[in-house]
Ligand binder design. Structure first.
Ligand code: FES
Length: 107
């Protein structure tokens, strides 16, 4: 379910997410990988790896980055940059927040 409001899209309840696992949502026609962090915040990056299209939402995470499951390039949650490869484009980063139990994404 999506509901567009002033500048953000509500994609669903945060209870749909599990810490350490990502989930892909379509927001304004863009695939966005959303991750729940252990502190209850959410982070959002483009869902398609710029290397060869791997599913970013299926990657392993720590508090700062996600690792693409296909070839193990890692991408920063802060700026989307690849942290272990020099010729890999950055992923788009989206502002994401939890408000009243709902995930809000700005695209
Ligand atoms: S497709 Fe993501 S690292 Fe290769």
């Amino acid at each position: 379910m999506t509901a567009t409001d002033t500048g953000f899209t509500r994609v669903g309840p945060v209870t749909d997410l599990t810490v350490g696992e990502g989930r892909t949502y379509v927001v304004d026609g863009q695939q966005v990988a959303v991750f729940l962090m252990s502190d209850g915040s959410v982070r959002a990056l483009g869902a398609r790896c710029p290397h060869k299209g791997g599913p970013i939402a299926d990657g392993q995470t720590d508090t700062t980055k996600v690792m693409c499951p296909l070839h193990q390039y890692t991408f920063s949650f802060d700026d989307g940059r690849c942290t272990n490869g020099t010729d890999i484009d950055a992923l788009p980063v989206f502002q994401a927040k939890v408000h009243d139990g709902q995930i809000h994404i700005w695209t």
